[in-house]
Write a protein that binds this ligand. Structure first.
Ligand code: ADP
Length: 451
C-alpha cells in the first residue's frame, strides 16, 4: 500500500512537473521569438526609411546588428541588392501576398547551421516600383537560452521528483504506521484471546475512528464469547450432577444385582453398556467444561516451574494397565514454566490417544533444545492421513467417525491440548514425515533462567 501510494503520487508529480516544464519552455521560446520579431521589424522600418530609388549593398547594412542581413528583391523574384555579409545569393524568403510583415524561420541563410528568423515585407519605392525586402536575424541566442532552460529543467525535475517521492514515502509510512500497529494487535488478539484492544492514535481522524470502531467490535465479541462460554460451562455443570447420580445408581445396580432386581429383571450387559455411555458422557462434559472455561481458568499465578518428565512418567504409569508397551528410554529431565494441571492434561490427551490407537507399542521422548523443550509421542497404529492432519485439532474433528467413537473418544482431546499448548506459547503438530503410525510433537518454550 505504502509503495503503491508513493508510486502513484510520484507519477502524478512527475507528470505535472514535466507538463509544466514543457509549457514553460514553449512559452519562453514564443516570448523570445516575439521580441526578436519586433527587433527585426524595427530594423526593417529604419532600413526602408533610408532606402533610395536605386539601393546598393551598402544601403542594406543593418546598423547595430552585425549578424542581421537584408536582401532586396523585385516582386518577380530577382535579387536587387544584398547585405555585404550575406553569403547566399538565393532569395531569403517568400514574396508576401499583401501588405504587412510575414515572418518565417529558415536554416539556409548562414554558412553554419544556425536558424534564422526572416521578415518579408512589400516596400513601395519613391519611383512607383515595389520591392520586397527580407531581413534575417539569427535565432541562436534564443535557441541557447531555451536550450539552457531545458538542461536546467531536465536536471531539476528528476531531483524534485525524487525528493518529493522520498517525502511522500516517509509521510505515507507515518500515516500508515498506526494502521500497521492496529493490524499487528488484531493478529495478536487472534492468537491470545479477546481481552486485548487495538491502540488508538491521538486525534479524531479516520484511523482513530477505525481503531475506536474496532475496539467497540472487540468489546461486543468478547461479551458474546463470554456469554457463550458461560452458557456451555453452566450447561455442562448442570448436566454433571444428574449424570453422577445415574452413574452411581448403575454402579450400585451392577455390584448388587440380587438386592436391586427390577420386576422385569435388568440385564447386566445392558446396565454395563449404559454405564459406559454415561462414562463417555461424563468425559465429554469434563472436556466441554475445560474448553468453555477458557481463559477464566488461566490463573497466571498458578504458573510455576514444572518438571515435565515427572508429569509424563506419572501419566505413563497410569496407562501401564492398558497392555500397550510404552518406551520411555528417550525421556530426559526437562523443566517448563506453566500450569501443572494444564500441562498434565496436554500430556494425558496426547498419550491417551497414542495408547488407544497403538497396535502394540508407544514411544515417548522428551528432550531439550536451545530454546525449546520437545515432547514427542509416537505409536504404531494406523496413523493419520495427510489430508486429515489439520482436522483433528478442530473441536469434534475426527479422522474417521465410526472408528473414534468405538474407541471412546470425545473428539475434543486434541482441541483442548492445542488450546492449552498455545496458552503456554508452544506448538503442537502431527509429524508429517512419520509413516510407522502417528507421531505428535509438542514444543514448549524453555524457561528463562535468572541471570
Ligand atoms: P478423540 O477423543 O476422538 O480421540 P481427539 O481430539 O483426541 O479426539 O482426536 C481427534 C481425532 O484424531 C481422533 O478422533 C482420531 O481420529 C485422531 N487421532 C488422534 N490421535 C491419534 C493417533 N495417535 N493415531 C491415530 N489417530 C489419532
Amino acid at each position: 500500500m505504502r509503495g503503491r501510494v508513493t508510486a502513484l503520487a510520484t507519477l502524478a508529480v512527475a507528470v505535472v512537473l514535466v507538463t509544466t516544464g514543457v509549457a514553460l519552455v514553449a512559452q519562453q521560446r514564443s516570448v523570445l521569438i516575439e521580441q526578436l520579431d519586433e527587433a527585426i521589424a524595427a530594423d526593417a522600418d529604419r532600413l526602408v526609411d533610408e532606402l533610395g530609388t536605386s539601393p546598393t549593398a551598402a544601403d542594406l547594412v543593418i546598423a547595430g546588428d552585425d549578424d542581421a542581413v537584408a536582401q532586396l528583391m523585385t516582386p518577380s523574384g530577382d535579387v536587387v541588392a544584398s547585405s555585404p555579409s550575406l553569403a547566399v545569393t538565393s532569395p531569403l524568403g517568400e514574396i508576401p501576398d499583401g501588405v504587412g510583415d510575414v515572418f518565417a524561420t529558415s536554416s539556409s541563410i548562414g554558412t553554419d547551421d544556425v536558424m534564422y528568423r526572416v521578415l518579408s515585407r512589400l516596400v513601395p519605392a519613391a519611383d512607383g516600383r515595389t520591392f520586397v525586402i527580407h531581413i534575417a536575424s539569427p535565432r541562436d541566442d534564443i535557441d541557447e537560452t531555451v536550450g539552457a532552460l531545458v538542461v536546467s529543467l531536465s536536471a531539476t525535475v528528476p531531483i524534485v521528483t525524487g525528493v518529493l517521492a522520498m517525502l511522500i514515502w516517509v509521510l505515507v509510512g507515518r500515516t500508515l504506521r498506526p494502521v500497521e500497529r492496529i493490524r499487528a494487535e488484531v493478529a495478536e488478539i487472534g492468537r491470545s484471546g479477546l481481552d486485548r484492544r487495538v491502540p488508538r492514535p491521538p486525534g479524531r481522524d479516520e484511523i482513530a475512528r477505525l481503531a475506536t470502531t474496532m475496539n467497540e467490535m472487540l468489546d461486543r465479541l468478547e461479551v458474546s464469547m463470554r456469554q457463550q462460554q458461560r452458557f456451555v460451562a453452566d450447561a455442562s455443570h448442570e448436566l454433571r450432577t444428574p449424570l453422577t447420580r445415574i452413574r452411581s445408581e448403575l454402579e450400585v445396580e451392577l455390584s448388587h444385582p440380587a438386592i436391586h432386581v427390577d420386576a422385569d429383571g435388568s440385564d447386566p450387559a445392558t446396565l454395563r453398556s449404559m454405564l459406559e455411555e454415561v462414562e463417555a458422557l461424563q468425559r465429554l462434559i469434563d472436556d466441554l467444561l475445560v474448553l468453555a472455561r477458557g481463559d477464566e481458568s488461566d490463573d497466571i499465578d498458578a504458573r510455576r516451574p514444572v518438571d515435565l518428565d515427572d508429569v509424563l512418567l506419572d501419566e505413563v504409569r497410569s496407562l501401564r494397565r492398558t497392555g500397550v508397551a510404552i518406551d520411555v528410554s528417550h525421556v530426559s529431565g526437562a523443566q517448563v514454566v506453566g500450569n501443572r494441571d494444564q500441562l498434565r492434561r496436554i500430556v494425558r490427551n496426547v498419550l491417551d490417544n497414542a495408547v488407544r490407537h497403538a497396535s502394540a507399542s508407544v514411544t515417548v521422548s522428551l528432550s531439550e533444545r536451545r530454546d525449546t523443550i520437545t515432547l514427542a509421542v509416537a505409536d504404531d497404529g494406523p496413523g493419520i492421513p495427510a489430508d486429515r492432519q489439520h482436522v483433528i485439532f478442530e473441536r469434534f474433528g475426527r479422522v474417521d467417525e465410526s472408528r473414534s467413537l468405538s474407541l471412546g473418544g470425545t473428539g475434543l482431546g486434541l482441541a483442548i491440548a492445542r488450546d492449552l499448548v498455545e496458552r503456554h506459547a508452544g506448538t503442537i503438530a502431527v509429524d508429517a514425515e512419520y509413516t510407522l503410525g502417528a507421531r505428535f510433537v509438542v514444543t514448549l518454550p524453555k524457561p528463562c533462567l535468572p541471570g
